[in-house]
Design a protein around this ligand. Structure first.
Ligand code: URA
Length: 434
């Protein structure tokens, strides 16, 4: 079969068979199909889409293009969790130990941050000594012994996705729901979990700006996961405001610790309980989300989630004394405040400017090669709907120098909008796809 005929068939909007997709992928990985033909195929998919069967086949081909983690040696149903990315999203730091503390094994491969969204691996590496590079054996052994391990993605996990994503990035073919869904799910399938909970973010700080697009992406990913024999559930959650208050690596670790003590921000706690309840049900340790939620709250209140966090940090070489002595975490030398210039109600707190401001302070990367500073970031002290008075602190900026702090304050001057009329708190959990 000629590659040009496969491209032509997709260009005409026809569904491709598994054999046709396999020939294309095999040829690409061997080097017989050049980048320009794969690019033409990807553009045809952008315009013509793919049906569930095609997406499931394409995803499976990318998943099996490299290493596939074998988690069968770990007893129990392994549930993975994936967030489509947002500002201040530190849920993995909380959900890993929290779920492990109620008996759900968590074997999590995570990524580094790029752009305004942070990466779990960068956050964990702000803990002195914490190692994220684990051999497969060490990773599996740790989940068996501690109940949770979080490691950086191995170089060989879904390498076809890595090559195809790099092509999409330069051929204007990133924004396609079939391609985004198959890209994300290929890495989830290769990570070996039996079941998957997806946190699909919606709003200014998210990849999906509208609820309709997010729901479409969620349905598509759930369809691919279930087709591949992995029970998959998606939660749609708002990313209009940053999640929690802290944005920046060590600052987020501190907030995660507070949340594990059940003293964290309400929105962050709520997203963790919602996702955690879905994970616990899929893992079979609870019969309903309500029962699971009760178990999770109990683990936050009785100290078992926090104890599991300490055990997890120590197992990966980190200094667990940061839990009791948070001053041992990296600290920025300059902290400045943005204050309210009038009284009223916070009516808007768009996530994106905060994510970008934290990135420019050095908390994130503009390019893959950038080196991050674990200490810097911003802490948003207010929420939409909150009453503020003139002079109240709206945002705290943690910077590595006076000029960086001042530039950040200027950048964020209009990021918190205060209105005279009371404003309702927006909805946080927007729906489920099961
Ligand atoms: N994240 C991914 O992993 N792939 C995409 O295509 C988009 C976001």
């Amino acid at each position: 079969m000629r590659t040009v005929d496969v491209i032509d068939k997709k260009r005409r909007g026809l569904a491709l068979s598994k054999q046709e997709l396999q020939a294309l992928m095999d040829g690409y990985l061997r080097g017989d199909v050049p980048d320009y033909q794969m690019s033409a195929f990807l553009m045809a998919v952008v315009w013509r889409g793919m049906n569930t069967e095609e997406m499931a086949d394409f995803t499976q081909l990318m998943a099996s293009s490299g290493d596939e983690l074998d988690l069968r040696g770990i007893p129990g149903i392994k549930v993975d969790k994936h967030s489509t990315g947002g500002v201040g999203d530190k849920t993995t730091l909380i959900l890993g130990p929290l779920l492990a503390s109620i008996g759900v094994p968590v074997a999590k491969m995570s990524g580094r941050g790029l752009g305004h969204t942070g990466g779990t691996i960068d956050k964990l590496e702000s803990i002195p000594g914490f190692q994220t590079s684990l051999t497969t054996q060490a990773f599996v052994d740790q989940v068996k012994q501690v109940g949770v391990a979080v490691a950086g993605q191995s170089g060989d996990l879904a390498p076809a996705d890595k090559r195809i994503y790099a092509l999409r990035d330069v051929t204007a073919t990133v924004e396609s729901i079939p391609l985004i869904a198959s890209s994300i799910m290929s890495k989830k399938l290769a990570s070996g979990a039996n079941a998957i909970v997806l946190d699909v973010k919606v709003g200014s700080g998210a990849f999906m700006k509208t609820e309709a697009d997010a729901r479409r992406l969620a349905r598509t990913m759930v369809g691919i996961g279930n087709h591949a024999g992995r029970q998959t559930v998606a939660v749609l959650s708002s990313m209009e405001e940053p999640l929690g208050r802290a944005i920046g690596n060590a600052l987020e670790v501190k907030e995660a610790i507070a949340t594990l003590m059940h003293r964290g921000p309400d929105d962050l706690t709520e997203v963790c309980l919602t996702l955690g309840a879905e994970m616990a049900v899929l893992a079979g340790v609870a019969k309903s989300p309500d029962e699971a939620r009760g178990m999770l709250i109990q683990a936050l209140d009785d100290g078992s989630a926090l104890a599991k966090f300490k055990q997890f940090v120590a197992a990966q070489g980190g200094d667990a004394s940061i839990v009791d002595e948070p001053d041992k975490l990296p600290k920025a030398p300059v902290v400045k405040q943005l204050r309210a210039t009038k009284g009223g109600y916070v009516s808007s707190l768009e996530a994106l400017p905060f994510g970008e401001a934290a990135m420019r302070l050095g908390a994130g990367r503009a390019t893959k090669e950038d080196v991050i500073n674990p200490a810097v970031g911003v802490v948003v002290q207010v929420r939409v709907g909150q009453r503020v008075e003139t002079g109240d602190v709206l945002v705290e900026v943690h910077a590595d120098g006076e000029s960086a702090a001042d530039a950040c304050l200027v950048e964020l001057a209009d990021a918190v909008v205060v209105s005279e009329a009371p404003v309702e708190r927006p909805k946080l959990i927007l729906g489920y796809v099961r």
